[in-house]
Design a protein around this ligand. Sequence first.
Ligand SMILES: [Zn+2]
Length: 85
Amino acid sequence: MPLYDFHCRSCAHRFEALVRPEQGAPECPACHGRDLEKLSSGFAVSSAEKTQAAAAKKRKKEAAVARRDNIAMDIEAEKHRLEDH
Ligand SMILES: [Zn+2]
């Protein structure tokens, strides 16, 4: 269900409304006007937040993997050093 932010041009009220295709455009809950401006949708904002959270999680995971690889390389280097002597 698409959730949209609306701005009423008649009374400057801002509100969120679910838009059902069969009901048509919503009306302002404050003044019942229909001179509404559709703003960026709440759905789009929440999915953008989700994408950002996923990207942050991915970066964290990549950093953890990089650290583990560094440790593995250190162990390998140490082994070679010991073998040389
Ligand atoms: Zn209004």
